[in-house]
Design a protein around this ligand. Structure first.
Ligand code: NAD
Ligand code: MG
Length: 391
């Protein structure tokens, strides 16, 4: 039997956050929510507070009020901003911190949770892209568990399942290919954010949806897999699999490939992380292969979707460069969503910043935070010379 676990959810009103709450609500005897953080949909956050009665709540510095619930007599401690997120992540008594924030803003709260001795269930892949080596060192030092929520990494975790890393030949990450997988460069010049936000197999937050359309998502996941499983980038392969039924695979030295399959639904990988090492019935529909008929695979078009190679390059250059790439991507995605740049200018902007930025070493989180900051400034500066659909 599982012991009741105290959970903190960072990003509770987002796509992963709300699905985490669905999983928790299915097993009320197993989980107690003691902390919530969000910076959007405050009406929903207020309802979550009523439902779970957490001890601490964090909102952004400039957040709107919580329908009077945060006034005198509030039953929870309200904290704010980046400091507040760290304080919440380190709240004593937590059994697991679910990090479902977006962007590199998730790095410091993750480190705070680990240093407080809490296990972490990580959806926020940008944490590992920006500070992978620091996070993995902290996990080892503090003897906590870091469980992925990203479906590909949950698949790899199951395929590896304690097997000897020396027997692994390749990790094979699957990618849906996003909404534009058959588009030519010419077609991509006309793409707008409303097209990119229409993902064929997954319904997700805006940032990860755009990342899926550019394939930067797969690049970020390659870096995430490198840190989580200690496999060098040249042995992490990408295959396009539009049906999103195989969530990833491991190829072993004898030629066997082990895959994990399921209906695409994030509530399954979320539950896996929350209940590991136990397996319990989930909210996910059965996967009927006989109804699907066929699964297809092909190579990614790296000439058209340049973000993939940028991620391999970032890891090869090392030091702060993955953090730099990630920060420039965050700025580029936001600019694309605002209609300030075209789709093909996303990799152009990122690549320009990566070329200019120094590949300093990462000795502490301050090195990552400072590289993240300077890369954002460079990207903002470069943006002023971009015009939509110039390429
Ligand atoms: P989202 O935009 O839907 O949700 C983000 C949440 O974080 C929201 O609740 C938002 O209010 C909160 N937040 C953002 N900044 C905050 C701050 N400063 N303080 C407090 N709260 C803050 O994003 P999402 O799609 O749920 O993605 C979350 C992470 O999970 C991303 O890193 C994404 O790449 C990863 N991921 C998402 C999916 C998916 O299906 N959505 C799948 C795999 C991985
Ligand atoms: Mg994923």
């Amino acid at each position: 039997m599982l012991k009741k676990k105290n959970i903190i959810i960072l990003g509770s009103t987002g796509s992963i956050g709300t699905q985490t709450i669905e999983v928790i609500a299915k097993y009320p005897g197993l989980f107690q929510v003691i902390g919530l953080a969000a910076n959007s949909r405050f009406d929903l956050l207020a309802r979550q507070i009523k439902q779970f009665k957490p001890r601490m709540v964090c909102t952004g510095d400039q957040a709107a009020g919580l329908a009077g619930m945060d006034g005198p007599g509030a039953k929870f401690k309200l904290v704010k901003g980046p400091q507040g997120l760290k304080q919440l992540a380190a709240l004593p008594g937590a059994g697991m911190v679910v990090n479902a924030l977006v962007g590199s803003a998730g790095l410091e709260p993750t480190l705070a949770a680990i240093r407080a001795g809490h296990d972490v269930a990580l959806a926020n892949k940008e944490t590992l892209v920006a500070g992978g080596s620091l996070v993995m060192q902290a996990v080892k030092k503090n003897r906590v568990r870091l469980l992925p929520i990203d479906s590909e990494h949950v698949a790899l975790h199951q395929c590896l399942d304690g097997r000897d890393a020396k027997t692994v030949k390749n990790l094979i990450l699957t990618a849906s290919g996003g909404p534009f997988r058959n588009h030519s460069i010419k077609q991509l010049t006309r793409v707008r954010s409303r097209h990119a936000l229409n993902h064929p197999t997954w319904s997700m937050g805006q940032k990860v949806t755009i990342d899926s359309a550019t394939l930067m998502n797969k690049g970020l996941e390659m870096i995430e897999a490198h840190y989580l499983f200690g496999i060098p980038p040249e042995r992490i392969k990408i295959v396009i699999h539009p049906e999103s039924i195989i969530h990833s695979m491991v190829e072993f030295n004898d030629g066997s490939i082990i895959a994990q399959l399921s209906t695409p639904d994030m509530r399954l990988p979320i539950q896996y992380a929350l209940t590991h090492p136990q397996r319990l019935p989930s909210l996910v529909k059965d996967c009927r292969l006989d109804e699907l008929g066929k699964l297809t695979f092909h190579k990614p078009d790296r000439m058209t979707f340049k973000c993939l190679d940028l991620a391999y390059l970032a890891l090869k250059r090392g030091g702060v460069i993955p953090a730099v790439m990630n920060a420039a991507n965050e700025i580029a995605v936001q600019a694309f969503l605002e209609g300030r740049i075209g789709f093909l200018q996303i990799p152009e902007l990122i690549s320009g910043v990566m070329k200019k930025h120094q590949a300093a070493m990462v000795r502490s989180v301050a090195d990552v935070v400072s590289a993240d900051h300077s890369a954002r400034l460079m990207a903002q500066d470069d943006l002023t010379s971009f015009r939509p659909n110039k390429h």
